[in-house]
Design a protein around this ligand. Structure first.
Ligand SMILES: Nc1ncnc2c1ncn2[C@@H]1O[C@H](COP(=O)(O)OP(=O)(O)OP(=O)(O)O)[C@@H](O)[C@H]1O
Length: 350
């Protein structure tokens, strides 16, 4: 196995302030990021993701322990040595005046420039490649201040890529991106880990993104710990659910995300007879109405594909309709009417 590009060894992270008690956010953390790995850092608000990233990149000193970049203590490296191995986009806005996207991306080459500061062909090639890889080539001449949040975010990723780092750290790169751009970014980062061999560490609130895309997840809990592992191990072992699923919430394994727990009416079970996507959305409607899809001899729901779909409910009350909206209304009406409770259980509807 490759030697880690970045390691945290017995690392404690937090805030040491004058005349005020030290705040320890994370304690005794051991982590390793290997070349070519995409690592997603996840955890609830305020758990310490930014604090950890800031400590890993040397933007704030550790309270204890060490960060090793290619085996060297980060604290012993000069800013230039660090910048040639480690690129960072943090969430703090950067003031770049009226600079164009291309000029901002070119800033990523500064660690490689001579004291004369002239750009060599290699620098220009790296900037061009970064603009293409981050999907912002068409924005190259636009002033950064004119761009949308999502566009600016991708330009900042391009700037970090231009640094050609061994370790790339991105704080919430998906925050402003729409669904399509998020998928593009994920694909781009996965591609980059393979082509450049860089280790990419990113924090995100997008659980699905982390669990589907990352080689490794670093899960920050609210007890100052970080659990590292394959996404499947953390999800399967309930670690993700323990950290994220609060009251009235549960972790949906199939959807790889946290959902509002269903408040099903006891006994209100219906057998759904439908196929494929129609079945999935019919079951969604059934749950939304407070019923559970399952095996029931008494209540059967047949749904025919179509836009809108046609449904027919069989049971103590027969009904049919068009569209899932009317299906939900029908099911809710039944549970709200004591006489129509499954097994006449009036109490269950309360
Ligand atoms: N400059 C600071 N001084 C003292 N405490 C701080 C400072 N910055 C953050 N904290 C505290 O450190 C803890 C972790 O904050 P951090 O921003 O790292 O969390 P996060 O996981 O990135 O949260 P979010 O998901 O909301 O971005 C919080 O309790 C926060 O209040």
């Amino acid at each position: 196995m490759n030697a880690p590009a970045l390691r945290a060894v017995a690392l404690s992270a937090g805030y040491r302030r004058r005349r005020r008690p030290t705040t320890t956010v994370l304690r005794d953390v051991h982590l390793a990021a290997r070349p070519g790995e995409l690592i997603a850092l996840i955890g609830p608000n305020g758990a310490g993701k930014s604090t950890l990233l800031r400590t890993l990149v040397g933007a704030q000193p550790p309270l204890a322990g060490h960060v090793l970049l290619d085996g060297h203590d980060l604290a012993s490296l000069s800013p230039r040595q660090r910048a040639r191995r480690l690129a960072v986009t943090l969430t703090e806005p950067v003031d770049v005046g009226q600079m164009s996207a291309e000029e901002v991306v070119a800033l990523g080459r500064l660690p490689y420039r001579s004291w004369l500061g002239r750009a060599a062909d290699r620098d220009r090639a790296a900037v061009d490649r970064a603009l293409v890889d981050a999907g912002v080539e068409d924005l190259r001449n636009r002033p950064l201040t004119d761009l949308s949040d999502g566009e600016r975010q991708r330009v900042m990723v391009a700037r970090a890529l231009a640094q050609e780092p061994a370790v790339l750290v991105l704080d919430e790169p998906t925050a402003f991106l729409d669904v399509a751009r998020r998928i593009e970014l994920a694909a781009m980062l996965t591609r980059l880990t393979a082509t450049t061999g860089a280790a990419i560490i990113l924090s995100t609130h997008d659980l699905g993104f982390a669990l589907r895309r990352a080689d490794q997840v670093w899960l920050v809990g609210d007890d100052a710990t970080v659990t590292a592992g394959a996404p499947e191990d953390l999800a399967h072992g309930h670690a993700v659910a323990r950290v994220f699923a609060g009251e009235n919430m549960s972790f949906d394994d199939a959807a790889a995300t946290v959902v509002v727990a269903d408040h099903t009416v006891p006994g209100a079970t219906v057998r759904v007879d439908a196929d494929g996507r129609t079945r999935q959305w019919a079951e969604h409607a059934v749950r939304r109405a407070g019923w559970s899809p399952g095996s029931s001899a008494e209540h059967v729901l047949r749904v025919e594909d179509g836009t809108p779909c046609r449904w027919r409910a069989e049971g103590p009350v027969r009904a049919d309709g068009v569209g899932f909206g009317s299906l939900v209304t029908h099911l809710r009406d039944q549970t709200a009417t004591a006489a129509l409770q499954p097994h006449g259980n009036a109490g269950a509807a309360q």
